[in-house]
Design a protein around this ligand. Sequence first.
Ligand code: AMP
Ligand code: ZN
Length: 112
Amino acid sequence: MDGCIFCKIAEKTIPSEIVYEDDQILAFKDREPQAKVHILVIPKIHIEDLNSLSEKNSLLISRLLLKVSEIAKKSGTSSYRLLSNCGKEAGQEVFHLHFHILGGEKLGKIRC
Ligand code: AMP
Ligand code: ZN
C-alpha cells in the first residue's frame, strides 16, 4: 500500500535487517529495540491490524504464527513475548499488521 513503511520494507525499497523471509512472511530487526532480541514479523501483504483480519487470512496467519518459534530461535532466544498492538490507543504506530518478538533478557510485566 502506498505510504506504508512496512510494505516498503517487504518490497525492499526501504532496507531492513532481515532475519527470516519466505513468499508470504518477513521478519526483521526493530530499529529501536526494546529488548536484547526485538524482531518484527509481518505478512508481506498489507493488512492494517488484527481487527482487519478475515477468514481469508486464516492460512497466512497460522503460517506466520507457526514460524514465530523458528524466528525467535534463529534470533537467539526460545523464551520470548509475542505482542501485537491493535489501534492507536494500544500504541500502534505502524498500521501494517506486525507481531513483536521480544526476548533475550528478563522482561518486565508489560512492555512495548
Ligand atoms: P507499533 O508501535 O506496535 O506500531 O510498532 C512499530 C514498531 O516498528 C516500533 O517498535 C518501531 O521501532 C518499528 N519500526 C518503525 N520503522 C521501522 C523500520 N524502518 N525498521 C525497523 N523497525 C521499524
Ligand atoms: Zn503495508
